[in-house]
Every structure is written in structure tokens, then in C-alpha cells.
Write a protein of this length. Structure first.
Lengths: 114, 116
């Protein structure tokens, strides 16, 4: 089945220790998104890639970076995680069309910062 | 500033009855709206959408109503079933040019519990 896969599902890191979250997709979609979701809050878009073009949200901290080496994979790098970065991180994909932007989500990675 | 608001964090409905989930938005320029459903330990999955030029869209037991003058939309589930118990996110989007990917803005979600 075509899908969006996120690894690991649970990640524990130490305060200030760099961490990388991974997302892969078999849908061959040209857009990949990273969202941060804290408890009982709306998913918040951090950035997205349209093919190789990186689009950062204005309020995304510099601490968050992303890489997309090919169509299938996208990584979220947190350079120096703080306690406030503990959250669920969701990866999503979509095709660029004029139709509704139906996004397909992975199961998420829950990040804990100790 | 939340552009998409779901003011009810939770809702409990008896099995077989109608579930109504509400959503308000502030930006009159949104082109379309979507509802997503999320089970624990899974990512959100697309449920139903509606264009801003329509006032109703129906798909089986799910109907979304849009009231543009009130900047309000609602999701109706009839009849409600135990498997409908989940968190429901309202989202709104703007069409982008062909060189850009459109983005959607989510509400904070409503947890729906269907009681037997």
C-alpha cells in the first residue's frame, strides 16, 4: 500500500543534543510537509518542500532544519532541542493540483526531551 | 492569532444519534475546507472537503455544511457509530499558483466519543 512512513515512532533525546526525524513516502508526491503538534493544539506547519524547493514558515525557529535528498525522503533536524520542543512531529505529503490540498499524513514521531 | 477555531474540545454522542462538530474561521479568503479524523497513534486521515463556493457536501454518513456569511462550518455524522470515536480536525486552505504548494491551517480538534 502507498503510504507515508515515519521513523522512529518515539524518540527520546537530551536537552541540547541534536536529533533527526525521518519521513519517507511511496506516493510519489512532490510536496512534503513537516508539522509540530503539541498536546490539544492544532498541528502547526514548520516548513514544506515543493520538489527541491524549501519553504520555511516565518515563525519556525532557526533550531529546526530540513533536508530532502530525493522525492521519497525528508528529514527534520532539530539542532539543539529544548524542553519546549517536546511534541508530536507529523510528516505529510500531497500532489500540487488546483484541487483541494488533500494531505496524507504519517503516524507521527513523538519526541521527548529530557 | 488562530484563523481556524474549534471551540469544543470534546463531544459525547449516543450511538445512532447525530454528531455535529463545529468550526469557525476568520479569513474570508479561504478557498476550501477539509475535515480530518485522527485515531490514537495514527496520523490524521482525510475525511471530507468542501469548496468555498458550495454550502454543502455529502459523502455517505458525513455531511459538511458551510455558512460563509457566518464564517462557520460544521460536520454532521448520521448515524453515529462507535468507530467514529476519534479526534476531528477542521482545516482551511488557499489555492496557490502552479509554482507553489497550497497550505492548510488546522483547528485544534474536537474529541468525539460515541457512547453505546
Amino acid at each position: 500500500d502507498a503510504m507515508v512512513i515515519q521513523n522512529p515512532r518515539y524518540q527520546v533525546t537530551q536537552f541540547g543534543k541534536p536529533v533527526t526525524l525521518s519521513c519517507s513516502q511511496t506516493l510519489n508526491h512532490n510536496v512534503m510537509y513537516w508539522y509540530q503538534q503539541k498536546s490539544s493544539q492544532a498541528p502547526k506547519l514548520l516548513f514544506h518542500y515543493y520538489d527541491k524547493d524549501f519553504n520555511n514558515e516565518a515563525d519556525t525557529p532557526d533550531n529546526f532544519q530540513s533536508r530532502r535528498p530525493n522525492t521519497s525522503f525528508c528529514f527534520l533536524d532539530i539542532r539543539s532541542p529544548g524542553l519546549g520542543d517536546a511534541a508530536m512531529y507529523l510528516c505529510a505529503t500531497s500532489r500540487v493540483t488546483r484541487a483541494y490540498n488533500e494531505q496524507f499524513f504519517g503516524p507521527g514521531t513523538r519526541l521527548t526531551v529530557l | 492569532d488562530q484563523q481556524v477555531k474549534q471551540n469544543s474540545p470534546s463531544l459525547s454522542v449516543q450511538e445512532g444519534r447525530i454528531s455535529i462538530l463545529n468550526c469557525d474561521y476568520t479569513n474570508s479568503m479561504f478557498d476550501y475546507f477539509l475535515w480530518y479524523k485522527k485515531y490514537p497513534a495514527e496520523g490524521p486521515t482525510f475525511l471530507i472537503s468542501i469548496s468555498s463556493i458550495k454550502d454543502k457536501n455529502e459523502d455517505g454518513r458525513f455531511t459538511v455544511f458551510l455558512n460563509k456569511s457566518a464564517k462557520h462550518l460544521s460536520l454532521h455524522i448520521v448515524p453515529s457509530q462507535p468507530g467514529d470515536s476519534a479526534v476531528y480536525f477542521c482545516a482551511a486552505g488557499l489555492f496557490a499558483g502552479y509554482s507553489n504548494a497550497s497550505k492548510i491551517i488546522f483547528g485544534s480538534g474536537t474529541r468525539l466519543s460515541i457512547q453505546p
